[in-house]
Design a protein around this ligand. Structure first.
Ligand SMILES: [Zn+2]
Length: 68
């Protein structure tokens, strides 16, 4: 088994986090929307939390913490 690593970098993850992933500006109107559980390091978890309900963009996808 490879060592677990963060979704967005090579650091070891702090925790598994429920995230909503979508395309477009608004999760309420997004056609493509996924509920995922991902491993994220401390730095990126803090950034995700700081982004709040507006979400954080990565490679064309938007992410925010929580499944709602
Ligand atoms: Zn990371």
């Amino acid at each position: 088994m490879p060592a677990p690593r963060c979704l967005w970098c090579t650091d070891p993850p702090l925790d598994e986090v429920a995230v909503l992933r979508w395309r477009g500006p608004n999760p309420d109107t997004a056609d493509v929307k996924e509920r995922l559980t991902v491993a994220i390091c401390r730095k990126h978890l803090e950034r995700l939390r700081k982004a709040g309900t507006h979400g954080r963009e990565n490679k064309g996808w938007m992410y925010k913490e929580g499944w709602w």
